[in-house]
Design a protein around this ligand. Structure first.
Ligand SMILES: [Zn+2]
Length: 448
């Protein structure tokens, strides 16, 4: 198959730069083993002159592709024909201005926005990526697929797989998955394999299993997943009346989102659809802070694609020597060997980004504040507000700048952490249930 006219896959390693047709399911460069990107021949795609032209699609919502918050922007991820596109109504998410949460982070009123990706069909941002990756899976005629997951990926994969008739197998680490997420994968009919190990162990296994059995891999190594995740940024811009914020704040786990966001802004600027690129803050948990360590301490950079691999190898060898396994209450970002590290370094370069790590205590307090004043979120999402609060205190982000925090998952994803915080352990903002005798006067006294 030749290189298609509108899109192709390209190795991110500039010393390699190998190109492949989008009709192939590869996920790593067969020549050098590095990550692949989806790239476009923009001169062959009819991209609107202005971003606000995409708003016209709201008037045509009975077309499922126009209803989708991902495919509404389809010219910006034009790697497959409409006939292959799978949609279940993803991307109906909202950007909420929230002054009460802003006050907690010491941000001026009117400046803080929360992007609720938990409103997706499976309850997390992953659906943005899965609608794109499953469309690619249909295009390459895959019949079986697999993923490794800390939870949200497995829920999303299971939902999309049964929606388009693929068999799905998900790999999860034993005891390392939030209850809400595990329940989804099982309920949606995926074959669930619980490996005695952590996410990084699952990630290694799933890649080998996919190669051996010819399964379609749905982790964020898959370049088409990240194409779908770009649309979260388009919707933030849309939510701001087609204006670009000053800062995007995002949790850092496997680093697919930060990678996708950087690529989204780079392309929009290249196409003349935005005039400037916002800055980005990527927030790790202190128990899983590979990115922060490599970027802030070891000074690892994108360096025009010539990333210093020795720094990464040394760091990972150190983790192996200590038998290190990441640990945080924010299970979605409990990852020590992020697969999209190099793409994320590129995004850091594009967005002049900063990286920080926050403690579990900071995450849980911020989560309680988001829950009390907003629509709530899972622990990893709250790392954004905890990180923002610290970056404001540091003076890196100005309190009058316009900031959009990406809340990646729904609060019901991880009910155990929530109940634990409010009822069992009791943090700074706990709201425990009050025990009452079965007596009307006593009950009235307690409420009063
Ligand atoms: Zn290559």
């Amino acid at each position: 198959m030749g290189i298609s006219s509108t899109a192709f896959q390209k190795c991110i390693n500039p010393d390699c730069g190998a190109e492949f047709d989008c009709g192939q399911a590869l996920f790593k460069c067969p020549t050098c083993g590095q990550l692949l990107d989806a790239q476009y021949n923009w001169d062959k795609i009819e991209v609107p002159d202005k971003l606000n032209e995409f708003a016209k699609r709201w008037a045509n919502r009975n077309n499922p592709l126009d209803f989708s918050g991902v495919w509404r922007f389809r010219e910006l991820l034009n790697f497959c024909d409409d006939k292959y596109k799978i949609t279940i109504g993803e991307g109906q998410t909202i950007l909420q201005q929230n002054d009460a949460v802003a006050q907690y982070a010491d941000v001026k009123p009117g400046c803080l926005y929360l992007q609720y990706e938990g409103l997706n069909p499976s309850g997390s941002f992953k659906d943005n990526g899965m609608t794109a990756a499953f469309s690619h899976a249909k295009m390459v005629e895959a019949t079986s697929c697999a993923c490794a997951s800390t939870g949200n990926t497995s829920a999303s994969v299971a939902l999309y797989a049964h929606s388009c008739g693929l068999k799905a197998t998900v790999f999860i680490g034993s005891g390392r998955i939030a209850f809400g997420k595990l329940s989804q994968g099982i309920e949606y009919g995926a074959q669930t394999i619980q490996i005695r190990g952590d996410f990084d162990d699952c990630m290694r296994q799933v890649q080998d299993v996919c190669t051996k059995l010819g399964l379609y891999l749905l982790n964020s190594l898959n370049p088409f997943r990240l194409e779908g995740q770009k649309t979260i940024m388009y919707r933030i811009i849309e939510g701001l009346g087609w204006e670009v914020p000053d800062w995007i704040v995002v949790p850092g786990g496997n680093l697919g989102n930060s990678s996708a966001f950087g690529k989204a802004f780079y392309e929009l600027k290249q196409l003349g659809l935005i005039e400037r690129i916002p800055r980005m803050a990527i927030i790790n948990a202190t128990g899983a802070d590979t990115l922060t360590e490599l970027v802030n301490e070891k000074k690892l950079t994108w360096n025009n694609g010539s990333v210093n691999q020795a720094i990464i190898d040394d760091y990972y060898a150190g983790l192996t020597a200590q038998n290190f396994s990441p640990h945080t209450c924010a299970s979605a970002i409990e990852i020590a060997r992020p697969v999209n590290l190099k793409k994320c370094l590129r995004a850091i370069d594009i967005c002049n980004a900063v990286c920080r790590a926050v403690t579990d205590e900071e995450i849980l307090d911020a989560k309680a504040i988001i829950g009390k004043h907003g629509l709530g979120c899972e622990p990893a999402s709250a790392a954004t507000i905890a990180g923002l609060r610290n970056l404001i205190a540091e003076g890196i982000i100005g309190s009058d700048e316009r900031i959009a925090c990406v809340l990646t998952g729904h609060p019901l994803k991880d009910p155990n952490v929530t109940v634990d915080y409010h009822k069992e352990k009791q943090g700074k903002f706990s709201n425990p249930p009050i025990e009452a005798p079965n007596d009307i006067d006593e009950i009235i006294k307690l409420i009063g």
